[in-house]
Design a protein around this ligand. Structure first.
Ligand code: NAD
Length: 499
């Protein structure tokens, strides 16, 4: 199926996708896919105004009714899973299984949100005053601005949108300028769901196409109650203070520098599989990619040798061809950043295995690399930095406390994992004195989180939590209500005032 037919099957009219200024390219071969129209700042402000008007109506619908719209959207996603997954592969370079997996994650969060639409519960709290009842209620928040990164071009928006919609909010989405087509396709599928739903207000889900400047309109507009921004720590450093300056809320999902510790008792078969998926899956372009391996010296030689064999046999190539495990980097800048990181590792005494450009004869305008395994003498500044490419730094340890210290001694705090069969080590790792990350796993890798748990991390990862557990609370506002059903007016703290 050619790209125009694929776009058509997702409800997009290809004729409207060839006269804009934003060129959508495929990282598979670097070829342009479409030219998409970008929004101006005035159009962005108008979209926010429409979303705000939609919110005022949407918040009055009962939450389970709002859930019905998300249920219908989930049905559209199920019906178009193969096509949307394929578009994700074409636009972001993911292998077919990961493109489809990303759409499955959207379906899963829709199911979760539908259930949640009947569970947005508050509390009843014991009042200290006789004849009084105190309670906590949760209300819709307003317009939620979603800024997303290229590497999860559709799932991140859906994590936010599905929850925000059942919570009674409207959504304005600014996707990555590198992946506008998948965003347009999501919007078209949402429009179908909204048409079937019937009474969804216009403007409930708005899309802003463009680069950083359009994102800044969302960041600065006081009508946007929550800005949920996913991307680099650099972006979060700009967005966080700007939203705070107007006392808006932000939910930041930023860079990671995720480690796996492999203890001497580890099941190495499991560890090799977990490390491989974490380190080279999505060509090292996941926020949860395994970037550091902290391995006990007793098993280090064997593990590194096994990983080298596994790396050498991993098939690199066109992400939609059967058997491919590693697709392309997103663009030339990603390739340059990878080469710079490898040069710096070499200068710091690192031994580099892999990391070369491949397939440039077949794809001269794309960037495929062999994943790099780099044995480092120490956790240098380069190792502490997130390079968004498949580089796995290997560090050795002797003492478990020192391993935990190394794992925590980076500015980021997203995901972490330990492979061990020692119960004490496992419990210690997930305890208060263990991993300092938002995600800490035992005997599974760092990437591929389920939607049921809250997702996010500490320190420079930004502190936000999305997706499952009680992450929905970020999309609502909390009110504490006290009701006096007595004939007296007792004051709290036993205060007597003029009686
Ligand atoms: P990026 O920071 O370059 O861009 C992300 C988004 O932010 C884009 O839509 C971009 O246009 C927008 N943006 C950039 N600067 C902005 C500003 N000043 N104001 C408003 N919007 C702005 O990131 P990327 O290269 O697309 O993605 C890779 C990064 O994202 C990695 O660091 C990765 O770890 C991170 N990421 C984090 C998570 C997570 O959940 N923690 C998930 C996916 C990706």
């Amino acid at each position: 199926m050619n790209i125009d037919d694929l776009l058509q099957s997702l409800g997009l009219a290809p004729a409207t996708l060839h006269d804009g200024t934003l060129i959508a390219r495929s990282p598979i071969d670097g070829a342009p896919l479409a030219r998409v129209r970008e929004h101006t700042p005035d159009e962005a402000a108008a979209a926010i105004a429409r979303a705000h008007a939609a919110f005022l109506t949407w918040r009055t619908l009962p939450a389970p009714r709002r859930g019905e719209l998300v249920r219908l959207f989930g049905e559209e996603l199920r019906a178009h899973k193969a096509a949307l997954g394929r578009l994700v592969s074409i636009e972001a370079g993911k292998i077919a299984a990961e493109g489809a997996g990303e759409v499955q994650e959207m379906i899963d969060i829709c199911d979760f949100a539908v259930g949640l639409s009947r569970q947005l519960y508050g509390l009843t709290i014991a009042s200290e005053r006789p004849g009084h009842r105190m309670m906590e209620t949760w209300h819709p928040l307003g317009v939620v601005g979603v800024i997303s990164a290229f590497n999860f071009p559709v799932a991140v928006w859906s994590w936010n949108a599905a929850l925000a919609l059942v919570c009674g909010d409207a959504v304005v989405w600014k996707p990555s300028e590198k992946t506008p087509l998948t965003a347009l396709a999501c919007q078209a599928l949402f429009a179908r769901a909204a048409a079937r739903f019937g009474d969804a207000p216009a403007g409930l889900s708005e899309l802003l196409i463009g680069a950083r400047a359009i994102g800044e309109v969302l960041v600065d507009d006081p009508r946007v109650a929550l800005v949920s921004a996913t991307g680099s720590t650099r972006m979060g450093r700009e967005v966080g203070p700007r939203v705070a300056a107007r006392f808006g809320r932000s939910l930041l999902e930023l860079g990671g520098n995720n480690a796996i510790i492999v203890a001497p008792s580890a099941d190495l078969d499991l560890a090799v599989r977990g490390i491989l998926f974490g380190a080279i899956g999505t060509a090292g372009q996941r926020c949860t990619t395994t970037r550091r391996l902290i391995v006990h010296e007793a098993v280090a030689d064997e593990l590194v040798a096994r990983l080298q064999r596994a790396y050498a046999s991993a098939r690199i190539g066109h992400p939609l061809e059967a058997g491919t495990l590693v697709g392309p980097l997103i663009d030339a800048a990603a390739f340059d950043a990878m080469q710079a990181a490898l040069a710096s590792a070499r200068a710091d005494g690192g031994r580099v295995f892999g990391g070369e450009r491949v397939l440039h004869e077949r794809f001269p305008d794309a960037h495929y690399v062999t994943p790099a395994l780099v044995e480092m003498p120490a956790q240098t500044p380069g190792v502490c930095h997130e390079t968004f490419a498949p580089i796995l730094y290997v560090l050795r340890y002797r003492d478990f406390d020192a391993a935990i210290e190394l794992q925590n001694d980076v500015p980021q705090g997203l995901s972490s994992a330990l492979f061990t069969t020692d119960l004490r080590e496992a419990e210690r790792f997930v305890s208060a004195t263990g991993s300092d990350c938002g995600i800490a796993n035992v005997n599974i890798g760092t990437s591929g989180a389920e939607i049921g748990g809250a997702f996010g991390g500490e320190k420079e990862t930004g502190g936000g939590r999305e997706s499952g557990s009680d992450a929905w609370r970020a999309y609502m506002r909390r009110a504490t209500n006290t009701i006096n059903y007595s004939r007296e007016l007792p004051l709290a703290q036993g205060i007597s005032f003029g009686d």
